[in-house]
Design a protein around this ligand. Structure first.
Ligand code: NAP
Length: 364
């Protein structure tokens, strides 16, 4: 039986479901792959709970940690994961799963790779650091399809966006253009706007349905989409910085720093302009979409665009994501990946598929 130990960093919405999926799939993996997967440690911001032996944490302990976090109770002990990690990696093949949010885990991610562990990210922040940060090189040097860092879930959650791009690159296809609707939030908002709902109301509705971040400006600034464009660009070897990306923010300058309530109230100032753009688009068989576009000659741009309704991108409805690759081989008809681009279950499963790829290699 092959063995692999997981270290779960961040067990919020995605990390909690991921732990449950590991518990639910263990028997299947044992039978199908002769692979024994245990969870050696689980870490949140306040510290880590580390298994006392190589058998990993008990299911009861894991369930309690996940449930405590969901109830808002602070589970776990305050063990430093950075201190515990060398011991875990020394005892056998190890994969760190970073489902945290923000840059606070970057040092740990770099440490894990340095120790020889595998690393799976849904957290975009480590891959979006400035090029000048030495940790950028440490992380990106392991991102080729043969490397120990896998990051499918950073772009389109569980959808096979990164793996498709890497397959195209590995078979020496020439990537001409990547276009995508990579934000479920914008998808939901502009589908409603296209159906005649005022922009500010569409934003409120999307927020009420849980499609936006608690502060919708985090989505409407376009930064999250820009980060995904940055990751796709870097995955093709173009090591650009976020400042190199032209981002069209839908947050007007005077509303950047006001309270969320004031922001939502004053957003109606935009309704007329965006409503007019939507009507003009409709009249010319186009639809308004918030698009990430990369071209070989032009780099990454992110913003509101009019797209032919007859294209797969233009016909997209609701919070679905879509990414279209136009390449030397997929020239007349693009290679298209689409489906739900957010959600705990699909994101966690995307991370686990990456984990299994690494596990077969590291424990093989
Ligand atoms: N949700 C989705 O559909 C989706 C889809 C694709 C990608 N992602 C990405 O996946 C990541 C997780 O998303 P989520 O929705 O699960 O977010 P979340 O519910 O806010 O959970 C984030 C978790 O990260 C932990 N954390 C933050 N900083 C940490 C640190 N320095 N060390 C250890 N843990 C830390 C938090 O710990 P505390 O419990 O202590 O606060 C929390 O448990 C994010 O980066 C997100 O962008 C999410």
């Amino acid at each position: 039986m092959k063995r692999v130990s997981l270290v779960q960093v961040g067990f919020g919405t995605v990390g909690g479901v991921l732990i449950e999926q590991v518990m639910g799939n263990r028997v299947l993996w044992r039978e199908r792959f002769k692979l024994d997967v245990s969870i050696a440690a689980v870490a949140g911001r306040s510290g880590a709970t580390v298994a006392p032996d190589a058998g990993g944490l008990d299911d009861d302990v894991l369930r309690r940690l996940v449930n405590d976090r969901r109830r808002g109770a602070s589970g776990g002990t305050a063990t430093s994961l950075a201190d515990a990690l060398p011991g875990i990696v020394n005892s056998g093949p190890t994969i760190v799963l970073d489902a945290a949010a923000g840059e606070g885990t970057v040092d740990l991610d770099v440490q894990a790779l340095g120790l020889g562990a595998g690393l799976v990210l849904s957290n975009k922040a480590p891959l979006a650091l400035p090029v000048s940060d030495p940790r950028t090189q440490a992380l990106w040097s392991e991102t080729a399809s043969t490397g120990r860092l896998k990051f499918e879930a950073t772009c389109g959650a569980g959808l096979p966006v990164i793996s498709t791009l890497q397959s195209l690159l590995d078979t020496d296809d020439r990537i001409e253009e990547i276009s995508g609707a990579l934000s479920g939030t914008f998808g939901a908002i502009f589908s409603a706007v296209g159906a005649g709902v005022p922009f500010s109301e569409a934003v409120r509705d999307a927020r009420a349905q849980g499609y936006t971040e608690p502060d919708p400006r985090d989505d409407l600034s376009g930064l999250d989409v820009a980060r995904k464009g940055l990751i796709l660009s870097r995955a093709m070897g173009k090591m650009i910085d976020i400042d190199d990306i032209e981002v069209h923010s839908l947050v007007p300058d005077p509303l950047v720093a006001v309270s969320i309530d004031e922001f939502l109230d004053r957003l109606s100032d935009q309704d007329l302009d965006i409503g007019r753009q939507a009507e003009e688009s409709l009249a010319t068989e186009m639809s308004l979409k918030y698009i990430m576009n990369w071209t070989a000659g032009g780099g990454v741009t992110v913003g509101l665009r009019r797209v032919q309704r007859s294209t797969v991108l233009g016909a997209l409805q609701g919070p679905e994501n879509i990414v279209s690759f136009r390449t030397g081989r997929y020239d007349q008809y693009s290679c298209v990946v689409s489906g739900p681009g957010a959600g705990a279950a699909v994101t966690a499963a995307g991370m686990l598929a990456d984990m299994l790829t690494l596990a077969h290699r590291l424990a093989g």
